[in-house]
Design a protein around this ligand. Structure first.
Ligand code: DGY
Length: 429
């Protein structure tokens, strides 16, 4: 068996091991529930060998949708003492399944489109059944998470961006006051993973303080956006949503759906991109909505402009120059944070490590924009670190060492669907 065949077999075995009966945990113990964007990428991996199981993953995610349209970032189908904060901490019981009270990057429409366009009649049938529900989720982003007067979607919690402790959030977290009556809590993540690779205590105090604020507002999402303790606009969420709106439009045109409304979201998204342009460093950056201050570094989310087909020619040229510079500074593209920025830490979660799902989206955008060599490098660099270290949660972009979670579902899935030599024939769409 070749090394690639062996990795393919190991990747399938990881997905099967992390299957909890129709949905997949990202990894045992550290993340023992169903996570939103993890599941979407995991479906792409299952689709390479079991399309029914791929759709089941997405349908079980949709089972947790709240009446207001939000699809939560975590679904708690049972209470697991291995994880903090679990359902008794969130107390966000507004949906059919206990869940977190925030959402996560909306990649679902893009994944559904890939499955539909790469599949047959059964994929079309199951994809068509998702359109109105995904449209309701996007409507939620464009209303509940679009603050009055803000040109883009924004977020109330770093966890909602999926890029939990990225230095992008320093501006907003520093502006917060941790309440004197912060609920007492015990972290579990640092018992399952190396604490030096996880967020700091000061960051966790703020993460928990936002949950406390959400509870006090009974998880009224518009109120949390307008009055909660943290509010930042994120190029990651913005570009992923803009791309997903474009993919949802294609689905709605094919199967029926609110086409005019989606076109309005796309128009607003394209126009709003400029509000995230940090001219001081020549990149799309996170921005504190209330104070107006930009984050001062280039993140992997900055590079998603191509994936969203957003920005002016000059903005895209400047973004490309940053990606190329970072490609010279790091061994493996694309680090989650600029290696030449003082806040870079090669092995700490979102302060430097490269992540498979970001590489997948960045490379797709680069390829669509005609930057084929760079796109191939982003894919090949992910394959190289997986070959060197295995199916970790994320990877040191300098040494290639694996970091934090092991036997990680989306790393296995995106190996199968995208980075493996066998992926060209198994790709979902
Ligand atoms: C965690 O617990 O670290 C997760 O990333 C939150 O979504």
């Amino acid at each position: 068996m070749s090394m690639a065949d062996d990795l393919d077999a190991r990747a399938r075995a990881i997905l099967e091991k992390n299957d909890r009966g129709g949905y997949t945990v990202p990894t045992a113990r550290l993340y023992p529930y169903q996570w939103n964007w993890d599941s979407a990428f995991v479906a792409l991996g299952f689709a390479t060998f079991d399309r029914d199981r791929a759709w089941r993953e997405l349908e079980m995610l949709l089972e947790g949708q709240w009446p207001d349209g939000m699809i939560p970032h975590i679904l708690f189908r049972r209470d697991d003492p291995d994880y903090f904060p679990g359902p008794s901490v969130w107390r966000a019981n507004l949906g059919p399944i206990p869940s977190g009270g925030i959402s996560q990057p909306p990649v679902l429409a893009s994944v559904v489109r890939m499955l539909v366009e790469g599949g047959g009649a059964e994929d079309a049938r199951r994809g068509a059944a998702t359109v109105e529900r995904i449209a309701a989720w996007h409507r939620w982003w464009h209303t509940a998470r679009t603050p009055d007067g803000c040109a883009t979607v924004a977020t109330v919690h770093p966890w909602e961006t999926g890029r939990d402790n990225c230095p992008d959030w320093t501006v907003g977290l520093d502006a917060m006051t941790v309440p004197d009556d912060l609920m007492p809590y015990t972290r579990m993540d640092t018992t399952h993973a190396n604490p030096a690779q996880r967020p700091s205590t000061a960051q966790y105090d703020r993460f928990v303080a936002i949950i406390q604020a959400g509870r006090e507002l009974s998880w009224d999402q518009k109120a949390l956006t307008e009055t909660g303790p943290f509010l930042m606009a994120d190029p990651g969420l913005h570009f992923i949503l803009l791309r997903a709106d474009r993919d949802l439009l294609a689905l709605a045109e094919r199967f029926g759906g609110p086409v005019d409304e989606i076109e309005g979201w796309i128009e607003a998204g394209v126009a709003g991109s400029d509000s995230l342009w940090n001219a001081d460093i020549g990149a799309f950056c996170a921005r504190d909505v209330r104070g107006g201050t930009f984050s001062d570094g280039v993140s992997s989310a900055s590079a998603l402009a191509f994936y969203a087909d957003a920005g002016t020619d000059a903005q895209r040229a400047s973004t490309l120059a940053h990606v190329e510079r970072i490609g010279r500074a790091a061994t493996y593209l694309m680090p989650s944070w600029d290696p030449e920025h003082p806040a870079f830490e090669a092995q700490r979660y979102w302060c430097g490590p490269l992540w498979c799902q970001m590489n997948r989206m960045i490379a797709q955008g680069l390829a669509e924009a005609g930057h084929d060599a760079l796109a191939a490098r982003v894919r090949d660099d992910l394959a190289a670190v997986i070959g060197q270290s295995g199916f970790f949660e994320c990877f040191d972009p300098v040494s290639g060492a694996g970091c934090i979670g092991t036997d990680f579902s989306w790393t296995a899935a995106l190996w199968l669907e995208w980075a493996s030599p066998s992926a060209a024939k198994g790709r979902a769409g």
